[in-house]
Design a binder for this molecule. Structure first.
Ligand SMILES: Nc1ncnc2c1ncn2[C@@H]1O[C@H](COP(=O)(O)OP(=O)(O)OP(=O)(O)O)[C@@H](O)[C@H]1O
Ligand SMILES: [Mg+2]
Length: 279
């Protein structure tokens, strides 16, 4: 489980904190979606959970972050990385190898995975993100989306217990975005991997995340079960967050029919609601 307690963090040489009194609990096997406007502190939150803050990014750190019993302030980055895998928002700053296979190989060797296991682990990770055909490609020749998938494959090959992804679908088309989220769901449900994903496409979060945190100005504006958070649709819209149309529809129908409708967060629920009203 991940416990963030009253975390306030200011990057070195900055005046204002990037995170302000953030407290969050993510249970083991949780799936948290994080969204919010640009500069809200989403990436900073990911860095704090991964231990990059404070180990790689110095600054003023108040409060605590505990990941599966490890206090990130006291635990080395190498030790945290054994359990926590991170896909950066800027994948190009993460990729270090010239070829796709080498990128996966590098991490597996570093982790001391037995030689005979490595080819299968690479094959499996590439298959899971849908790029087995890119195995021997030069990374420089790949599209942004293909590099993003390579970065995801390199991390899942390490089989972390906690998976952090910072806008992993930023460069992906809708089909590939869905593919990545389906993979996260599979890892979460079948292997109990704890997932935290920063994502602008709120429909994806509504479909896949169990909990949602909306950030603004370094604070958590709303957090809770996805449906509870969506009850704050209007305030979220004021923050510039696109609300799923099905949620807007369920709210409009509540107002229009004078009958309180449940907050819909996906298409199936909206269909059920409309069918119910037509009866
Ligand atoms: N390395 C850094 N050094 C100094 N300040 C930083 C650094 N990284 C981020 N910040 C500042 O911290 C605040 C939060 O930034 P952060 O990158 O966490 O936001 P974000 O929600 O991820 O934004 P985006 O949606 O644009 O990715 C911003 O004011 C930003 O300028
Ligand atoms: Mg960011």
């Amino acid at each position: 489980m991940i416990a963030i307690r009253d975390l306030t963090f200011t990057y070195k040489d900055e005046k204002n904190p990037a995170l302000r009194e953030v407290s969050l609990d993510i249970p083991e096997g949780g799936f948290l979606g994080v969204t919010g406007p640009a500069g809200a502190g989403k990436t900073t939150l990911i860095r704090a959970v991964s231990g990059m803050i404070p180990h790689l990014y110095p600054g003023d750190f108040y409060g605590s972050v505990t990941v599966n019993g490890m206090d990130t302030f006291e635990t080395s980055l190498a030790e945290i990385s054994r359990q926590v895998g991170t896909v950066f928002q800027d994948v190009d700053s993460q990729i270090i190898s010239p070829m796709v296979e080498d990128e996966l190989l590098y991490g597996l060797e570093n982790f001391g995975v037995p030689r005979e296991e490595i080819p299968e682990r690479i094959g499996e990770a590439l298959r899971k993100v849908g790029i087995p055909d890119l195995r021997y490609r030069d990374i420089a020749s790949l599209s942004g989306g293909q590099r993003q998938k390579t970065a995801v494959a390199a991390i899942i090959a390490l089989r972390p217990r906690v998976l952090l992804l910072d806008e992993p679908t930023g460069e992906l088309d809708p089909h590939s975005s869905l593919q990545v989220f389906s993979l996260l769901k599979e890892l979460n449900e079948e292997q109990g991997v704890t997932v935290i994903v920063v994502e602008q496409k709120i429909m994806l979060l509504c479909e896949f995340a169990k909990q949602l945190a909306v950030m603004n100005g370094g604070r958590i504006a709303f957090q809770g079960e996805t449906r509870e958070v969506l009850a704050h649709a209007e305030e979220m819209q004021d923050l510039g967050i696109n609300i799923p149309r099905v949620t807007t529809l369920s709210r409009a129908l509540s107002a229009g029919t004078g009958r309180e409708q449940p907050v819909c967060i996906n298409l199936d629920e909206a269909e059920a609601m409309v069918r119910g009203l037509m009866k």
